[in-house]
Design a protein around this ligand. Structure first.
Ligand code: HH2
Length: 269
């Protein structure tokens, strides 16, 4: 029997000048809103709005600047998108999270894995769902020399600890998702091992979010493909993970290609 389970598609809207694959494309509010509407029309049911690039070596963005980027976009999307679409804020800053949740976001996507108690407090106050992502190091340094013994066991154990901490601070467990953080302090081999060993993460009993879209990992899998030639393989990874029933949310730039790959996998799986 097929293990296929269809994940929700999370469409990426980077309101940044410097994101690794699409920086500058949706830097104006109107362009970001139009991109989000297009991604929803193509099949995204979650829109993830981010105002700070987390690419390796990215410089930090001031609170005020990040707020000015993401809040007008969320406010516009709350009025324009169907209520069935979940708005997600990709931030690690408590002030940005707070304003975003007030503006209509209901999912907090934190690449620092809710390690900041102030962020956990904001999430609890607003009853937000939270994505707890694994990262070794910080975006500035994470790709310098990531080291693990057993990467699958260590990432799973760290996420289990972060989840326990969040629950101890009053966040309901059923509001949490976990994410192995592909490319965040991991070599190519670490990323591959994590995707192959995703059942260990799934065994935590929480929904699993995976983001591989256009990442260097995909480029390397393809023998050095540039960033603008990674969408088909990114969609194929989504379909393979869905066929194994291991992913609940897939975070992507190219929603149309991902939906098509999932449709094919579902029909043939
Ligand atoms: N990857 C990126 C950003 N946020 N959030 C989660 N939960 N999982 C991920 O894998 C993840 C994430 C990096 O991708 P992108 O947003 O395209 O680039 P940038 O950080 O340069 O804006």
């Amino acid at each position: 029997m097929s293990a296929f389970r269809r994940p929700a598609i999370m469409g990426i809207v980077n309101v940044t000048p410097d994101s690794f694959s699409d920086g500058g494309r949706a830097f104006e509010t109107a362009a970001a809103v139009a991109l989000a509407e297009r991604l929803v029309s193509q099949g995204a049911t979650i829109i993830d709005v981010g105002g700070e690039s987390t690419r390796p070596g990215a410089p930090p963005v001031l609170d005020a600047e990040e707020l000015a980027r993401v809040i007008p976009v969320l406010q516009a999307l709350k009025d324009r998108l169907p209520r069935t679409v979940t708005l997600s804020i990709d931030t690690s800053k408590p002030v940005v999270a707070e304003a975003a949740l007030e503006a209509g976001a209901t999912l907090l996507n934190d690449v620092t894995g809710l390690t900041n108690p102030a962020l956990r407090a904001v999430a609890r106050t607003h009853g937000a769902r939270c994505c707890v992502m694994h990262m070794q190091g910080t975006p500035r340094t994470m790709q310098d020399a990531p080291v693990y013994g057993d990467v699958v066991a260590e990432v799973t154990a760290t996420l289990a600890e972060r989840v326990a901490q969040a629950v101890a601070d009053g966040l309901p467990r059923e509001q949490l998702l976990v994410d192995p953080g592909i490319g965040f302090g991991k070599t190519f081999e670490h990323n591959l091992a994590l995707l192959r060993g995703l059942d260990a993460l799934k065994a935590l009993g929480l929904p699993v979010l995976v983001g591989v879209s256009r990442k260097a990992f995909v480029g390397k899998l393809l023998g050095g493909a540039p960033v603008n030639q990674r969408d088909a393989a990114s969609a194929q990874i989504a379909a393979l993970l869905a066929t194994r029933g291991l992913v609940d949310v897939i975070r992507v730039h190219d929603v149309a290609a991902t939906k098509a790959a999932l449709d094919v996998a579902q029909a043939l799986g």
